[in-house]
Design a protein around this ligand. Structure first.
Ligand code: BG6
Length: 475
């Protein structure tokens, strides 16, 4: 009983939040590089404010991040010590194609990831690779308008052909787009979108999403052709929506809010735009730029597994309910659930909601699930040796692993693995802070970029090691 044999325990990161080395070995500039720390970050993320280069008024945390570009051997060795079976990381597109539309890739970029994958295998760690984690080469935004433009499907196809060919035998688990539903909430990060005055934002977002869905289906097809061993997953920012009350209006709102997030995964996992979504578009007067053959292609190339991030459940209110309080959550605010505790950043903590989310995704898609992000962003206070006794993180994670075990053992949910978010401290995607730490490994660097970058295992490091060694039994 418990977790299946071969369950892939590990940790997750994203290139722009940990690699740094933004201009080395021929790497081009990407949207994620020019998103600064501070009050302007959020409007840039959401595409409301255009910001496509560096200026002297801001600090850009992704430029150096935790410099994993130069520390990856040391970092992966530590992951090996914890007993990781898998390590989720993302490719920086602009390392491979600096501008995005070149015909030939940048060998230095390819070499970097090759070395990294080999370092993983040295410790028996299976890489799990996100092809794009919020990143898009700047040139594809300035010249083509980001994912609004169908040409990006071809550029992405070029990228994935190169990756699948070059890393055949080194990588077999792939995710096409990180949190694809973030296009709707954070379109600059999700799809390289910025908006002109008066532009129909919904049309732009749904068009970009259609292109990403096509690109994802192409990647799935090509991955299987190049190596039948390849397993391709979609990835959503997951979590069920609770109705705020049993008022029918709140219940209906929860149903509808969930559909906003599900529609993309419905296409990737079931192969069809759901009727509720098509009806919504009709009501909004939006016509998707669907070309001949698109729908058949989506139908024929669904993913092998469904992956998702889970941080907190969400709460919905009907139009007639205006008595509620809001709290920050994963990128977008959510109604505050009065029954839950919150992290220092206001993200609510709900292990049972994790079990509910696992069940609802499995009921809906009947495909194996992979939890590829989960964790607690917290302020850590190291002692004079850099050691952090992070019992609060252990407590959070133990409750979530227990909830996941219930989903597997008691509910029969089929799962491939679990990678906790930010297994080594890294830059926060939402705020750009270093102070918001998720790791089992402390990195000496602060919000302003000061620090030695020294890595020190926290108390949770040994705790997670024991969880992995016992295949999740010993939390
Ligand atoms: C997810 C992203 O939305 O949440 C990660 O895929 C991100 O990139 C994570 O880091 C946690 O969010 P934050 O804002 O705390 O970094």
């Amino acid at each position: 009983m418990g977790f299946p044999k071969g369950f892939l325990w590990g940790g997750a990161t994203a290139a722009n939040q940990c690699e740094g080395g933004y201009d080395v070995d021929g790497r081009g500039l990407a949207n994620v590089d020019v998103v600064p720390l501070g009050k302007d970050r959020f409007p840039i993320i959401t595409g409301e404010m255009k910001h496509l280069s560096f200026d002297d008024d801001h600090f850009y945390p992704a430029k150096e991040a935790i410099d994993m570009y130069h520390h990856f051997k040391e970092d992966i060795k530590l992951f090996g010590e914890m007993g990781f079976k898998t390590y989720r990381l993302s490719i920086a597109w602009s390392r491979i194609f600096p501008k995005g539309d070149e015909k030939e890739p940048n060998e230095a970029g390819l070499k970097f990831y090759e070395e990294l994958f080999k370092a993983c295998h040295k410790y028996g760690i299976e890489p799990l690779v996100t092809i794009t984690h919020f990143d898009c080469p700047i040139h594809l935004i300035t010249e083509y308008g980001g994912w609004k433009n169908r040409k990006l499907v071809d550029f992405y196809e070029n990228l994935v052909r190169v990756l699948f060919t070059r890393y055949k035998g080194l990588v077999k688990y792939w995710l096409t787009f990180n949190e694809i539903n973030m296009i709707l909430h954070a379109p600059f990060m999700g799809a390289g979108l910025t908006f002109e005055d008066g532009e129909d934002k919904d049309l732009a977002k749904y068009t970009a999403a259609h292109h990403e869905l096509l690109a994802s289906a192409k990647a799935t097809k090509i991955a299987h052709e190049i190596d039948p061993e390849n397993q391709v997953g979609c990835m959503m920012a997951g979590a069920v929506y609770y109705p705020y009350s049993c008022r029918p209006g709140d219940v209906w709102a929860a149903y509808e809010d969930a559909r906003d997030e599900y529609y993309l995964i419905d296409v990737q996992a079931r192969g069809e735009y759901p009727n509720y979504f098509l009806k919504r578009l009709e009501r909004k007067g939006i016509q998707l730029p669907i070309e001949d053959g698109d729908l058949d292609f989506l139908k024929a190339n669904t993913v092998d597994f469904v992956s998702f991030s889970y941080y907190a459940t969400r709460v919905s209110i009907g139009a007639d309910n205006d008595e509620v309080e809001f709290t920050p959550s994963n990128i977008f605010d959510s109604v505050k659930n009065p029954y839950l505790a919150s992290s220092e950043w206001g993200w609510q903590i709900d292990p049972l909601g994790f079990r509910t989310t696992l069940n609802s995704l499995y009921d809906r898609y009947q495909k194996p699930l992979f939890v590829v992000e989960n964790g607690l962003g917290a302020v850590d206070t190291p002692d004079e040796n850099g050691y952090v006794a992070d019992d609060y993180r252990i407590d959070y994670m133990a409750q979530h692993v227990d909830a996941m075990r219930d989903a597997v053992e008691l509910d029969g949910v089929e799962m491939l693995g679990y990678t906790s978010w930010g297994c080594i401290d890294l830059v926060s995607a939402g705020t750009g802070e270093m102070k918001k730490r998720y790791g089992f490994i402390y990195v000496d660097r602060d919000n302003d970029g000061n620090g030695t970058l020294k890595r020190t295992p926290k108390k949770s490091f040994n705790w997670y090691k024991q969880v992995i060694a016992s295949n999740g039994a010993d939390t």
